[in-house]
Design a protein around this ligand. Structure first.
Ligand code: FES
Length: 172
């Protein structure tokens, strides 16, 4: 991993943008990686502007590696102002672009973010309603995975009721 990429990821981890559950979201999507067991959930809120329905805000929670958190942080910033069609056309590579090219071993981290975004845009309101009423939280969803993991770090931010967690990965 290049020094530049590492420092951008470090910066994003220190000050992640758009971290946390969005109570009034119009859409929510969750995706898990079968390869590494990481999970990411994304919430999206739309607004009407100039006759177009565009993304007003996107937030995320992650039980993922630092790269996934950094990609989600920059991606949720980039999504603002895009239509659902424009957003769903974005690849993991495009969502991670502000960080620079990812090494091959980290490409699936950006694909996790792309998957959560597509999941949210694929379900929109119906999915959001279901998650609000019956779906487990990301923490609950992660429970089953966590039972089989040995190294887990959970970071709680009491100030805005945000729960974030980051698995401590062994160096890959
Ligand atoms: Fe699995 Fe990054 S999302 S290692």
């Amino acid at each position: 991993m290049s020094d530049d990429l590492e420092s951008k990821i470090e910066e994003a981890i220190k000050n992640p943008r758009n971290l946390g559950e969005m109570k009034d979201a119009d859409a929510v999507g969750t995706v898990g990686s079968a390869d590494c067991g990481d999970m990411l959930r994304m919430w999206i809120k739309f607004k009407e502007e100039g006759g177009r329905k565009i993304i007003d805000r996107a937030t995320f929670q992650s039980f993922g590696c630092q790269t996934a958190i950094a990609v989600a942080s920059v991606a949720t910033e980039m999504l603002r102002g895009k239509t659902a069609a424009e957003a769903s056309a974005m690849s993991g590579e495009e969502l991670a672009a502000p960080l620079g090219p990812l090494p091959p071993v980290k490409i699936h981290c950006a694909q996790l973010v792309e998957g959560a975004l597509r999941s949210a845009l694929g379900g929109e309101e119906a999915q959001a309603a279901q998650t609000k009423s019956t779906s487990p939280t990301l923490l609950d969803s992660f429970g089953a995975h966590a039972k089989s993991q040995t190294k887990v770090k959970v970071v709680l931010r009491a100030t805005d009721a945000v729960v974030s967690a980051s698995r401590i990965h062994e160096q890959r």
